[in-house]
Design a protein around this ligand. Structure first.
Ligand code: FES
Length: 103
């Protein structure tokens, strides 16, 4: 279990890219203070998911799909796609010192 960050070091709206079991992942502290993490690999065709602080959403730069940060659900995707899956969540543990770990 690798420490990703400490909550005291993370302002609302901040994000951290980290490695999770050999793949890219992203952690975000939302405006409401919730901490979430997802695989950074887009479920469509493997584009990289990035945090857009202005939209307060997660965005795939490849074909511009947008995901809700609170639960990784699809917010918008191109109508030419057959289907679109949600982002894959990464379970987190926050200990007494407010250190954040990916499980
Ligand atoms: S690879 Fe992400 S929307 Fe297509």
């Amino acid at each position: 279990m690798n420490k990703i960050t400490n909550l005291k070091e993370l302002k609302s709206g901040a994000f951290i890219n980290f490695d999770y079991k050999g793949t890219k992942a992203i952690l975000v502290k939302t405006a409401s203070g919730k901490v979430v993490a997802y695989s950074s690999i887009c479920p469509h065709e493997g584009g990289i998911i990035e945090w857009d602080i202005n939209l307060h959403k997660l965005l795939c730069e490849c074909h511009l799909s947008i995901f809700n940060v609170e639960d990784g659900s699809v917010y918008r995707y191109s109508s030419v796609f057959d289907n679109m899956k949600n982002l894959t969540p990464i379970p987190l543990k926050i200990d007494d010192k407010q250190d954040v770990y990916a499980l």
